[in-house]
Write a protein that binds this ligand. Sequence first.
Ligand code: ADP
Length: 479
Amino acid sequence: MEKKKKKHFELDPNSIKSMTAWYFVVFSLAIISIFWFLQDFFLNQYYETFRAQEALRNAKSIEIQYRENYGGFSKYANTTAISSGIYIRVESFNSTDVYDGTSAINSDLELDDGLKAAKDALVDSSENSIHAEVKGNKRNESYLIYASYLSDKDAPAILYVVAPLYPVQSTLTIMRTLLLYVSAIVMLLAFFLAIFLAKRLSAPIESITKSADEMSKGNYSIKFNGGYCTETKNLAKVLNQASYEMEQADFYQREIIANVSHDLKTPLTMIRSYAEMINDISGDNPVKRKEHLNVIISETERLNQLVVDMMDASKIQSNSIELHKEYFNLVDVVKAAYESFAILKEQEGYDITFAPCKKAIVYGDKARISQVVHNFLTNAVKYSGDQKYVHLEMKRNTKKVTVQISDHGVGIAKDELNHVWDRYYRTSANHQRSIEGSGIGLSICKGILSLHNANYGVDSEEGKGSTFWFELPVEKQPK
Ligand code: ADP
């Protein structure tokens, strides 16, 4: 029995998952540290300033209340003392009122001494109020002592406000506990977010890798799934396109091997059969022997042409084709091609016609342009069907000259029109009819015409025929 492979998880520190997790952990730790740092180092300082300002504000409003709201002053002072946690004392010539909202201010501060010192300072000062920060005796905490005249200097009523400037212990404890909770929540959130994010990021990449692995085994029908992120979606799109192209290339490669072996096999069989015939039968009969040798020669020519085509195609693909450009009359070139094909007209019943235009000088590689015309013509003849009708037409204006080669043959299906220029592509109709061909010719034409920056194309309707065309700019014959 086959043992089931144990799936074990190895933690890869370089994987997206681990990296995101680490970044999140470090990030949340940084945030938490900043929180703690702020509270430990800055809180006391800020708290002191804040408390001091608040105490001074309170003192001012107490002064106003004392003057304007005599009946309700006691209540106001009491509430302020309690709500702000301060010590308020109002000394007038006949009474001393105390409102204490602090907890045990006396236990730390020598209050009477402090207030006396404040009174002395106020008397010495030319101002209406003074304030100072003092340190407690036992706990070394800071206090703000404020003193001001509430009425005339001559019959003075004096207001004292004492405010502890340190945070109350319970406030600190609450804040620390709160921070502890916040830290824990942040860490937990970061942890789950890291897992979620890592999954979301790595899942499409893992899926793409898996698909690519499948594709490398030759399964081109596999679809790449890019998940939700734009980048991975684009990657998947490009890979889907690549997989399509590879499938096509693979298909064409198989096709060419099949086609070329077929193309090579037919002439080779012919050569062999005719050589055997000469050997066995016609060796002594000069007329028959010549006839058979001619077949061998023409088949060898076919083989040669096929090899030349394949070499041209590979040169075009590797961009190593060289053009020998010159000025020439395109009409002469097309006419020469037409004439070489006209012989077929007589021998095999083809109806080949030619409508030239007036002289059209172009600049290009004459031999290569002639090769294109020959190729279009060969195809027109080859695919002209029973009608055996082929028409060459040239049109020119001041700017350009167009060569059109039409047939009334099998035509090309719409969805195959763009592919006929691809290397090794042969339309499905021709497969069925088993017309011989390698699918190289038009790709060579495309290469040559592209190198000339020429416009070219094909118009075709299935069953009605095709027109292959190209155009070149008309030049002035240099003197
Ligand atoms: P082939 O050697 O197969 O003719 P080409 O590259 O010259 O190779 O042509 C590619 C394919 O384009 C052909 O196999 C054929 O299916 C199609 N084709 C080319 N010319 C014509 C035409 N005049 N009419 C119909 N189909 C054509």
